[in-house]
Design a protein around this ligand. Structure first.
Ligand code: RIB
Ligand code: CA
Length: 305
């Protein structure tokens, strides 16, 4: 698989997704979007995780500070005021400035690098939609877009909507309406693949700064993720990386989808639109949890060497 582009709003589970992507893919760069926290914080968090994991050459580009047409809704109750509460990053005096050039950087990348485009989005789809609306010539180059978002019959921020699609339903609806290959990894599967509380010990057992960071981050996250159970906590975003690398871990349904943008009570709700045309969108309806986590841990182990 050629190189992959990441659009994220780190965020605890985005951080796990970023690390697993670094271990399993060639990451071209990260664009940060407002979602779990404001975009200055999500950008800074992505930079700090890359630096701590010793990937200083991978660039971070700040993107949209708010949804396409609506005020921003963040999730400090889940990810804290920093967006990555629980771990105190060493702040280097040479900490890089983060360019607010996500759209320009994507344009440079896609115009100079003529490979098929592989893209993983784990936050609200604002950056992705804004770029493709402004640059439709790249729609046909998208080989696979993997999205963490949506749900067929549940919600986490409301009973009907998943957070990423709730924050920017207009962006989500627009992206799902394009005839591009999209794999949707929603709550239907992320609420099945719960990270066990024993993960905290496994993170510590890495005996690395990455392990210490993950332990401290997830000690916080285990206390704050609203859908946690005694079995564990959903780690949503890392399953979107799994869908890109190992789609065979999942069961897929090829469907036409829409996202509610008008009725505020149902804002962000994803629903199947019965239609004859051949949908290019697949939604994950099941996941081989054991195979997924076995792979995830093997990827994290690669980063410890
Ligand atoms: O609903 C879960 C999604 O919202 C994840 O991407 C999490 O990071 C939050 O952004
Ligand atoms: Ca996220």
């Amino acid at each position: 698989m050629p190189s992959v582009y990441l659009d994220m709003d780190p965020g605890h589970d985005d951080t796990l997704a970023l690390l697993v992507a670094l271990a399993s893919l060639k990451v071209r760069g990260v664009t940060a979007v407002a979602g779990n926290q404001t975009v200055d914080k999500t950008s800074r968090n992505a930079r700090r995780v890359l630096d701590l994991a010793k990937f200083p050459e991978i660039t971070v580009h700040q993107g949209a500070g708010k949804p396409l047409f609506r005020p921003l809704v963040t999730a400090p109750h889940v990810h804290g005021s920093s967006g990555l509460d629980g771990y105190h990053f060493h702040i280097s005096s040479e900490e890089q400035e983060i360019p607010a050039d996500a759209q320009q950087w994507l344009e440079r990348e896609f115009s100079q690098n003529l490979d098929d485009i592989y893209w993983i989005a784990t936050g609200p789809l604002t950056n992705v939609a804004a770029f493709l609306i402004g640059h439709p010539q790249y729609l046909s180059r998208i080989k696979q877009l993997a999205v963490m978002g949506g749900a067929l019959n549940q919600g986490n921020i409301t009973p009907y909507a998943e957070f990423n699609f709730y924050v920017d339903p207009d962006a989500a609806h627009w992206v799902l309406a394009q005839e591009i290959p999209v794999k949707i990894v929603g709550l239907d599967v992320t609420h099945k693949a719960l990270l066990s509380p024993y993960a905290l010990e496994r993170f510590s057992a890495f005996e690395s700064e990455v392990g210490r960071m993950l332990h401290n981050l997830f000690a916080f996250y285990f206390k704050h993720e609203p859908n946690r159970t005694s079995q564990g906590v959903p780690v949503h975003d890392v399953l979107a990386v799994g869908a890109m690398v190992h789609p065979e871990f999942f069961s897929w349904q090829r469907v036409n989808l829409m996202v509610e943008r008008c009725h505020e009570s149902y804002r962000g709700q994803m629903t199947v639109v019965p239609g004859a045309q051949n949908p290019s969108t697949e939604v994950a309806v099941d996941v081989d949890v054991d195979s997924f986590f076995e792979w995830m841990w093997s990827m994290l182990a690669r980063l410890q060497s």
